[in-house]
Design a protein around this ligand. Structure first.
Ligand SMILES: [Zn+2]
Length: 76
């Protein structure tokens, strides 16, 4: 029960959360994983990386300030 070998995630370094069931644009980091907003060139609020897509391994994004809290709460 207290075996140190049974806990591979015991590092202090946080593991990037993995997202599943995303739309292609979301899984590619081109759209918000929460609200689905598309991050076109020149978007006034730079998105924040909130993890990785399970399907593609790409970094996924959420709207800074508005959707980031929800994203972090969902995968916490
Ligand atoms: Zn959003």
């Amino acid at each position: 029960m207290s075996s140190p070998m049974s806990s591979p995630t015991s590092s202090y370094r946080p593991i990037p959360p993995t997202w599943v069931g995303l739309e292609p644009a979301q899984a590619d980091g081109r759209a918000c994983v929460i609200c689905g907003h598309s991050y076109v060139v020149g978007y006034e609020y730079p998105p924040v990386p909130v993890g990785r897509a399970h399907a593609t391994g790409a970094t996924v994004m959420a709207c800074a300030s508005t959707c980031t809290p929800a994203a972090r709460a969902r995968v916490a």
